[in-house]
Write a protein that binds this ligand. Sequence first.
Ligand SMILES: [Zn+2]
Ligand SMILES: [Zn+2]
Ligand SMILES: [Zn+2]
Length: 428
Amino acid sequence: MSKRAIGDVRPSQVITTFGPGAIVDLQTLSVIVAGIDGWPTDETDVIHELRLERALRVKRFFPARATEGSFFSKNGTVPTFLFPRYQVCPVCQTLSAFGEGDIEYDTKWREMICKAPGCKGRGKHRATTLPAPFIIACPAGHIDDFPWREYAHRGPTPCRKRLRLYSIAKTGSVADILIECVCGNGTRSASEAFGEKHADALGPCMRKRPWLGVGNQDSAACRHSDEVRAMQRGATNAWFPVVRSALVVKEGASPIGLAIIACNPKQIEKIDSVEKLKALIEMEMFPTLVQFPIEDIWHAIKKLRGEVETDDIDLRWPEWTAFRDPASASSDKGELFLQEGEVPKGFSKLIERVVLARKLLEVRALLGFTRVDTVGGGGDDTLRPDIAPIYKNRPDWLPAVEVRGEGIFIELREDAVAAWEARSALYP
Ligand SMILES: [Zn+2]
Ligand SMILES: [Zn+2]
Ligand SMILES: [Zn+2]
């Protein structure tokens, strides 16, 4: 991991576009954003959003640090690793990985230059090399250098001769791109890497996680092992963030949580078992809780005490509650300022309520990412198992951004929605 500043990315983009595991093109170099283990954090930047912290089981959030000053005096930027490690020389077409000897950083560490024997770009005007155009990835998030050498030789090879990558510019497709080994035993068009038999051409997933360190490999088996595919380096499906967000509302809870909070906290504190809870409820100590099943109350108490690890903390319920009671849930001095609007004339049969959100603060935290496909629908329950991690060892924080905005909340009438659902035309 180089400590040198080599490019600019806005802090908010680190969540939405260029988080850990994403590839960032920096003109003549390409890098992969490092996992958060090595990110610099500064307590003065800390973001707290209690509900989101509880839901994600972290203690706090940090934004990607903004960089200040001139290009050469940057501190605290987000660390990256060189990726892909292969570069191509536009003059002699040498294709070589950093460390193999044919390419090296220039004296300012801003680009890599070709030092392949016979390159016409040698001497004072040595050629600046460019990142290799393809990489390989699997749907579990593993990513690796394209297996150039094996691909050219159609299988594992001891050959370490120079590789070349060039275009014969016939059709403008990947079929024009040739990978060649100067040994004479390997020349292959890139088209097979993108064709029907690409799995044979590219081999199984090697479970590489270069964003967690050079050579890092997932210790678990990859269940997409035979689904490796070649991608353009800048492909839009090479990185999709998995984000969870919460609006900053007053500390809220589920109906059962609100009912517990409304009880005498000293009495709730004394409850140390479900049997005790049952006894106290039978003694009519907690009239507001009678309506809920005992087991649910006990679970909710433990949840409020932080004794239950849970993914099912409902982030939307307290927001829903706030929007339905704008006057008591918000103020013009808080982060949430809501005003009751008017249901437009003629819509009162369909619309229950219109609320103008004059001021909103949303915290968006990055949990992980996927490649090839997104996690789907976008709801909270759609997280699928192969979200790639953004850290080696789980820290007590996650990267997040605060987004301020405004909006309109429209509540449909429940009876109108129910009537619409019941219409037979919906189920032809
Ligand atoms: Zn060259
Ligand atoms: Zn060879
Ligand atoms: Zn994999």
